[in-house]
Design a protein around this ligand. Sequence first.
Ligand SMILES: *[C@@H]1O[C@H](CO)[C@@H](O)[C@H](O)[C@H]1NC(C)=O
Length: 171
Amino acid sequence: MAPHSSLLLSLLFLSLSPILTYGYNDLVHQHFYMHLLAGKNEVLVAKSDIPVPGSFYNFGSVVVVDNLLTQGPNITSNPVGKAQGLFTVMNSLTVVWNANIVFTAGEYNGSSLAFLGPDDITQPIREVSIVGGTGYFRMAQGYMTIKTYSVNLINGDAEIEVDIYAYTAKL
Ligand SMILES: *[C@@H]1O[C@H](CO)[C@@H](O)[C@H](O)[C@H]1NC(C)=O
């Protein structure tokens, strides 16, 4: 064997070893509701003059959210946490999320999950990726489904039903 091929083999082994040693904890499923209250916990920070037919926001708008999450659909139901981050409005009825679920109560209080992806709000059920997490959710992988539960067409407020399915690595 040429001297450099054993070096290549060890490099290959080193790069694979984290994959080989990870196990996964049981799948976590969480179900809750997200409250989008326009102008209260949702603020437009960048906008353009290109309207999107049927949308509350123009193409290219960036909206920062600090949305309350509750167990039930009613805003007075038990708090679960916050959805913190932003969404960007595409040139269609799609927003792209860049945000985090931050738990402030219950078993996962203090832990968070990062989520990313396009959300075509014309679809009854949408899916975005869970790309990581902190605390209990370190090295999480999974997906999150999003369903519009109710919308106030006058002020743009909405309740969104969220289901999270995530695996975490056994460290
Ligand atoms: C969540 O954790 C924080 C920090 O430890 C604590 O102050 C708070 O009371 C907890 N909230 C609930 C609802 O358990």
